[in-house]
Design a binder for this molecule. Structure first.
Ligand SMILES: Nc1nc2c(ncn2[C@@H]2O[C@H](COP(=O)(O)OP(=O)(O)OP(=O)(O)O)[C@@H](O)[C@H]2O)c(=O)[nH]1
Length: 308
C-alpha cells in the first residue's frame, strides 16, 4: 500500500475508531476454543464500536464456523472485520462524477448546521477544480448571515465565483440566478448550499421543493445530485438524519465528515449497510485536501486497524 500523505491521514483519522475496537476486544482473545460466551462478547464489542448489528453478526458467524476451533488472536479478528467492512463499502464507494449534459451539473448540498456542510462544499469545489472543471457556488442558505459570509470566504480562498443574496433572501431566486450565470459562463459544476433547519421540517421541505421547482424549469434533470453531509461524531444520530433527509429531500448520496475527530467511524459502515446510498467522499480534517473519494479496501483496513 502506498504511503501517500492522504493514506497517513486516513490511518490517523481512523486511529481512534480502530483503537476503540481494540479496547473493546481486549481480553477476548483466546488461544482456546471460541465458546458461545466469547462469541457473544466479540459481537457486543463490534456493536458498541458503532459498526452496526449486521456487521457484528456476520463476523460472529464467520468466527463460529469451526475454522477457529483452536482460537484466534486480535490480528485475526481485525482481519475478519476488515474483510467484512470492505464487502459493505465496496458497492457504495462512488465518487461524484461530472457527467451532466447540458452543463452545469447542479449539486444540492444538504445537512444540519454544524455538520461540516460549508467546509465540504469548499472541499468538493477544490476536488473539481483539480480535475479542471469550472466550478461555481450558490449561497442558498440565506437563513443565517454567517453561513453566507463563510461560503464567500471559501469561494475567494479557492478562487471560484459565487452567487449570493442578503440574509433572509429567497434561496430559490439565488439558485435561479446561479444557474443562469453558470450556463452563460460555461460552468461545469454548480454547488448549492442549502439551509439545514431540521427543527422545522415543513419549512425545510417547502424551501427545498421550491428550489427543485425553479431548477426544474431551467433544466428538468436538475438537481443532478442531492448530497447529504453527516457529522460522524454524532454516531447513531447520523443514521436518523439520513432517514429524515431521505424523506424530505430525496438524498442521492452521502459525505461523512469529521471521521478524524471521533471513535465512532464505525457509523460509516452502519450507514452503508442500512441505506445502501452511495458514499461520495469522507472528511478527515479541516483543510481542502482532507476530503477524498475513498478506496474501500484501504478504508476497511483503517477502520479495522490492520493498516498502521
Ligand atoms: N476535524 C474535522 N473538522 C471538520 C471537518 N469538516 C468540517 N469540520 C469543522 O467543523 C466545523 C463546522 O463546519 P462547517 O463547514 O462550518 O459546518 P456547517 O454544516 O456549514 O455549519 P454551519 O456553518 O453552522 O451551518 C468547522 O469548524 C469545520 O472546520 C472534518 O472532516 N474534520
Amino acid at each position: 500500500m502506498s504511503e501517500t500523505p492522504w493514506h497517513k491521514k486516513l490511518i490517523g483519522g481512523f486511529k481512534r475508531t480502530s483503537d476503540k475496537l481494540g479496547e473493546n476486544l481486549t481480553g477476548l482473545f483466546t488461544k482456546s476454543a471460541l465458546d458461545e460466551d466469547t462469541l457473544d462478547e466479540i459481537e457486543e464489542a463490534l456493536i458498541v464500536s458503532d459498526l452496526g448489528p449486521g456487521m457484528a453478526g456476520r463476523v460472529r458467524e464467520r468466527l463460529a464456523d469451526g475454522r477457529y476451533e483452536r482460537g484466534i488472536d486480535e490480528a485475526g479478528i481485525r482481519q475478519l472485520v476488515a474483510e467484512e467492512v470492505e464487502k459493505v463499502l465496496a458497492p457504495v464507494a462512488r465518487p461524484l462524477e461530472v457527467e451532466a449534459f447540458p452543463r452545469p451539473q447542479v449539486i444540492l448540498v444538504i445537512g444540519v448546521n454544524g455538520s461540516g456542510k460549508t467546509t465540504t462544499i469548499a472541499k468538493l469545489a477544490h476536488l473539481f477544480l483539480e480535475q479542471d472543471y469550472g466550478v461555481m457556488l450558490a449561497a442558498g442558505d440565506t437563513f443565517r448571515a454567517a453561513a453566507i459570509g463563510q461560503l464567500k470566504v471559501w469561494a475567494e480562498r479557492i478562487g471560484v465565483p459565487i452567487v449570493s443574496g442578503p440574509e433572509g433572501g429567497d434561496s430559490a431566486g439565488i439558485v435561479w440566478d446561479a444557474v443562469k450565470q453558470a450556463t452563460a459562463t460555461g460552468i461545469d459544476v454548480l454547488i448549492v448550499d442549502t439551509a439545514g433547519r431540521l427543527q422545522n421540517k415543513r419549512e425545510l421541505m417547502d424551501e427545498l421543493a421550491k428550489i427543485r421547482r425553479v431548477l426544474g424549469r431551467l433544466n428538468p434533470a436538475a438537481p443532478h445530485d442531492v448530497v447529504l453531509v453527516l457529522d460522524a461524531t454524532t454516531g447513531q444520530n447520523a443514521l436518523s438524519q439520513i432517514e429524515i433527509f431521505k424523506e424530505v429531500a430525496g438524498v442521492t448520496g452521502l459525505v461523512m465528515t469529521k471521521l478524524d475527530g471521533t471513535a465512532r467511524g464505525g457509523v460509516l459502515v452502519a450507514a452503508a449497510e442500512k441505506f445502501g446510498l452511495p458514499i461520495h467522499a469522507i472528511g478527515v480534517g479541516e483543510t481542502l485536501d482532507d476530503l477524498r473519494p475513498f478506496d474501500p479496501k484501504e478504508l476497511a483496513g483503517a477502520i479495522a486497524g490492520t493498516e498502521r
